[in-house]
Design a protein around this ligand. Structure first.
Ligand SMILES: Cc1cc2nc3c(=O)[nH]c(=O)nc-3n(C[C@H](O)[C@H](O)[C@H](O)COP(=O)(O)OP(=O)(O)OC[C@H]3O[C@@H](n4cnc5c(N)ncnc54)[C@H](O)[C@@H]3O)c2cc1C
Ligand code: HEM
Length: 503
């Protein structure tokens, strides 16, 4: 057991362990196996902060005079007990916490002198009373350093930390060291400081509890459920950490998922398929509805819309004889329920704000009609746009969608899409195109082509936009060339009028 901290106050994000003196490293999951690890060598530990900085092999003085900054090495050993049948496995730290000299690396003369200066006279303050802890340093099982860190400090933290660690017996021992009570003036000073610190903590807690996503900070999210939606696609549900309820993702935007591999972090983007409605930036007067036939019979947005969690619908690229399979999708396919992955975001150059208003590459754009060409797992950002429009009462933006797949069972989110396909008002029109069909299939057959796009999408116009998302076969070879021809033959397309939803 141990702890890691970054001297600059930044978060430690990765801890690695080596049992071969640093030749190879293993990423440590946050929960460690209960069973003891059997090995014969030193155990070396290093960690990385948010900026991917790590410790050097050898210690060195740094700018703040800190020398405890290198790889941390534990030496295992066997200690024979009196009972010949039993032996104890011990792990020696480089130095023992506090005053002990049991560590495998003996303390330097300098550090001993520095320590001795404080050991002679050590007063601490707990619950408004002053104690002489000098005699405790010798026997304190939490180490002398724990007490010395609080020596001479007039602050509330000593009382709080003491209370968090010690029991009644320890309070009795503390009493034996009592010197006196602090003056009212000092007590008030401590109280004010404590109140200010608590207020700050609450404010930062409040800000944090609103939304989880931070652009440059990885945060752990726990997989809590997985549902098969087709033979190669799963919907994975992740729980947000702490009490945070809101993911804080804009419509059409994406999150990045990270998974620590041996020596690097594997990162891939995904577009959540839940929550359907971003709680951020929505005007309260703009009522949101959970669709149930049509917005008119809908009920008010309910808590099932992703409070404290989010869903990713992920296609798994299984290995076969031609290719090794997708790295992240196969990992997520077999990550055990309860395991954590890392997440950050949001990303994406396109964001929908409602009522036809988009931000595309930083520019505000307004469109009244939106055409979507989607394929395979590319449905996910389109799905977030469709549901946002559909579930927002008063959003009159019109949608035409062409969704391309191989077979009917490959159509993702089919159950969810059915409600949109039945739209009696005609605000939304859906066309499924299947390349491999059976006789009973009523929809479009074959591959997406210019004729299908002309017929099923909106004609080019200044107030219309085309968005695409899907495999490069569909987008680069079929949809994009056809749409560009369509646009240039009939209007002069402006920037952002034809864009990839995954850009
Ligand atoms: C903004 C954005 C949003 C996205 N949203 C989603 C989403 O919601 N859902 C979703 O499922 N996907 C989504 N994706 C795609 C996703 O990010 C990944 O690209 C996808 O999951 C594949 O990642 P992977 O690590 O499993 O595959 P990779 O390891 O990246 O491999 C991709 C493909 O290449 C093949 N391959 C890999 N190595 C080789 C090799 N050496 N030789 C031959 N072939 C090889 C693999 O078998 C696989 O078919 C999104 C992408 C972006 C950019
Ligand atoms: C006069 C002052 C103190 C006395 C009498 C005292 C007493 C004790 C005692 C008896 C224990 C052993 C508890 C056990 O076996 O479970 C202990 C453990 C400990 N104390 Fe103190 N303590 C004092 C001050 C402090 C201070 C100021 C700190 C730092 C905030 C501190 C931190 C710890 C820690 C970290 C442990 C080890 C807990 C563990 O085993 O996990 N102590 N202390």
């Amino acid at each position: 057991m141990g702890y890691a901290y970054d001297g600059g106050g930044h978060e430690v994000q990765r801890v690695e362990v080596s049992v071969d003196d640093g030749k190879t490293w293993l990423y440590c999951l946050r929960r460690f196996p209960d069973a003891p690890i059997r090995h014969g060598n030193n155990i070396t530990v290093r960690c990385f902060n948010v900026f991917k900085n790590t410790q050097p092999r050898e210690p060195g003085w740094n700018i703040v005079g800190m020398m405890n900054n290198c790889w941390y090495v534990l030496r295992p050993g066997i200690v024979d007990d009196k009972d010949p049948k039993e032996a104890t496995l011990v792990f020696w730290h480089p130095t023992e916490v506090g005053s002990g000299d049991e560590g495998w690396m003996k303390p330097s003369v300098e550090s001993q002198i520095a320590e001795a200066k404080h050991k002679d006279d050590c007063w601490i303050m707990v619950d408004g009373k002053v104690y002489d802890a000098t005699s405790v340093l010798e026997w304190h099982s939490g180490g002398a350093a724990a007490i010395l860190g609080h020596a001479g400090q007039v602050h509330q933290e000593t009382s709080d930390e003491f209370a968090g660690i010690h029991d009644d017996y320890d309070y009795q021992k503390l009493k034996e060291c009592a010197l006196g009570t602090v003056t009212d003036k000092a007590a008030n000073f401590i109280k004010q400081n404590a109140e200010q610190a608590a207020k700050k903590a609450t404010e930062s807690g409040d800000a944090q509890s609103k939304i989880i996503l931070e652009k440059h900070r990885w945060q752990p999210v726990r997989m809590i459920a997985m549902r098969e939606v087709s033979k190669d696609t799963r919907t994975c549900r992740f729980q947000l950490p702490g009490n945070i309820k809101v993911l804080g993702l804009g419509t059409c935007q994406h999150v990045e998922i990270g998974f620590h591999l041996e020596n690097r972090m594997l990162v891939r983007s995904y577009t959540p398929t839940k929550p359907l409605l971003s709680l951020q930036g929505i005007d309260e007067s703009d009522k949101m509805w959970v669709a149930n036939g049509s917005p008119e019979d809908g009920t008010e947005r309910s808590s099932v819309d992703g409070e404290g969690m989010f869903d990713l619908t992920i296609k798994t690229y299984f290995p076969d004889q031609d290719q090794p399979g997708g790295a992240m999708s196969n990992i997520l396919d077999c990550v055990p329920i309860g395991e954590e992955v890392e997440m950050k975001g949001s990303t994406g150059e396109i964001e929908y704000h409602g009522s036809g208003e988009f931000t595309i590459e930083g520019q505000r754009r307004d469109f009244t009609r939106v055409s979507l060409v989607l394929g395979g797992s590319g449905i996910t950002p389109g799905y977030s746009l469709i549901t946002r429009i559909w579930l927002t009462k008063g959003d009159k933006t019109q949608l035409r969608v062409v969704d391309a797949n191989r077979t009917e069972s490959d159509i993702l989110l089919r159950d969810e899409l059915v409600q949109f396909e039945r739209d009696p008002q005609g605000q939304l029109q859906f066309t499924h195109v299947l390349s491999h069909t059976i006789d009973t299939w009523q929809g479009e057959k074959g591959y997406v082509n210019e004729e299908i796009l002309q017929r099923c999408l909106f004609a080019p116009d200044e107030s219309n936009v085309d968005f695409l998302c899907g495999p490069s076969r569909l987008i680069q070879k079929a949809a994009l060339p056809a749409l560009k021809r369509k646009l240039s033959s009939e209007t002069t397309p402006s920037d952002g009028q034809c864009a990839d939803l995954r850009s």
